[in-house]
Write a protein that binds this ligand. Structure first.
Ligand code: NCD
Length: 310
């Protein structure tokens, strides 16, 4: 490893809190976790992770649990706030100030933007944002980068398409910020209603080339990475608007005929109907592998914020 960074006690609220060098370091540490993910380790023995999930989750919640168990630690928490005192009206700030007494690190998913930031301000233990409304999902962006690096050997120089719900999808916000630290061509493809938030584009356009499209075919032939997202139905203030865009894009074998042979197709999952099942068995499909990579990346993050690796 070239340089080391001390992340002990650091909150991971936004990907914007990281420099490129720090992200590269996290990706290197993630790689070093591959053998430990196979055989296990006791690096975090005696440590407790608290998972507070105020929104549904499969991958993020279970991969954080797996990551903690693989490093010899323990996990507490809830995936259904209805079973905790939140249901009685407890505030997030109070919940966090209680849970920090039982744990060494908190992983939080919440429907409101700013929730992870607020929790981090109150908690004495590090807080990792596992999704804050439509705002950000920084650990997903790190595993997305890890998957790209694994298949392409680099991030610089790539042509990358982010496609789908760029307005309400939090993973694409974090990923766009992260990619803007590299030398990439970024193409944003979405129906007009689901365009990337202006503030994200304003933030990244001075660092990298960003173009917006409604027609995927304009740019698919030159792309190295196609990152597809689900339309975030649950975040639409008006379901009439959702009906206008539902099913408006589908990646299938016919679409992929126009792609480079070594294009990789990523998706944070869950998928609804935006990638046809027929794509799953092709060499393009890397979305299930992404879920596996989430374990080593989250092992690295837990080891780093808990000071087991400095
Ligand atoms: C995403 C999320 O929760 O933002 N899922 C995930 O964590 N992999 C994407 C989504 O829900 O569409």
């Amino acid at each position: 490893m070239k340089r080391r960074y001390d992340f002990t006690n650091r909150d991971i609220v936004s990907i914007r809190g990281f420099t490129r060098e720090e992200i590269d370091y996290i990706l290197e540490v993630s790689h070093s976790m591959e053998p430990l993910a196979e055989r296990g380790s006791d690096m975090l023995r005696g440590k407790v992770l608290a998972e507070l999930f105020f929104e549904p989750s499969t991958r993020t919640m279970l991969s954080f649990q797996t990551a903690m168990y693989k490093l010899g630690g323990n996990v507490i928490g809830f995936a259904e706030p209805g079973v905790s005192s939140v249901w009685k009206g407890e505030s997030l700030a109070d919940t966090v100030r209680v849970v920090e007494n039982y744990s060494d690190v908190i992983v939080l998913r919440h429907p409101l933007e700013g929730a992870a930031r607020l929790a981090a301000e109150y908690a004495k233990v590090p807080v990792i944002n596992a999704g804050s409304g439509a705002e950000e999902h920084p650990t997903q962006a790190l595993l997305d980068l890890y998957t790209i690096l694994k298949h392409k050997g680099r991030i610089d120089g790539l042509s990358i398409i982010l496609m789908g719900d760029l307005r309400y999808g939090r993973t694409v916000h974090s990923l766009a910020y992260a990619l803007s630290l590299y030398d990439v061509d970024l193409h944003l493809v979405s129906p007009d209603l689901l365009k990337m938030r202006r503030e994200v584009i304003e933030d990244i356009k001075d660092r990298i080339k960003v173009t917006e499209h409604t027609d995927l075919m304009e740019i698919l032939p030159d792309a190295d990475v196609l990152y597809v997202t689900r339309i975030q139905k649950e975040r639409f203030p008006d379901l009439g608007e959702y009906e206008k865009v539902r099913g408006s894009y589908v990646i299938d074998l016919n679409v992929l005929k126009k792609a480079k042979d070594d294009l990789i197709v990523l998706h944070p999952l869950p998928r609804v109907d935006e990638i046809a099942v027929e794509v799953d068995s092709t060499s393009f499909a890397k979305y299930f592998e992404q879920t596996k990579n989430g374990v080593v990346v989250r092992m690295a993050l837990l080891a780093l914020v808990l000071g087991a690796i400095k």
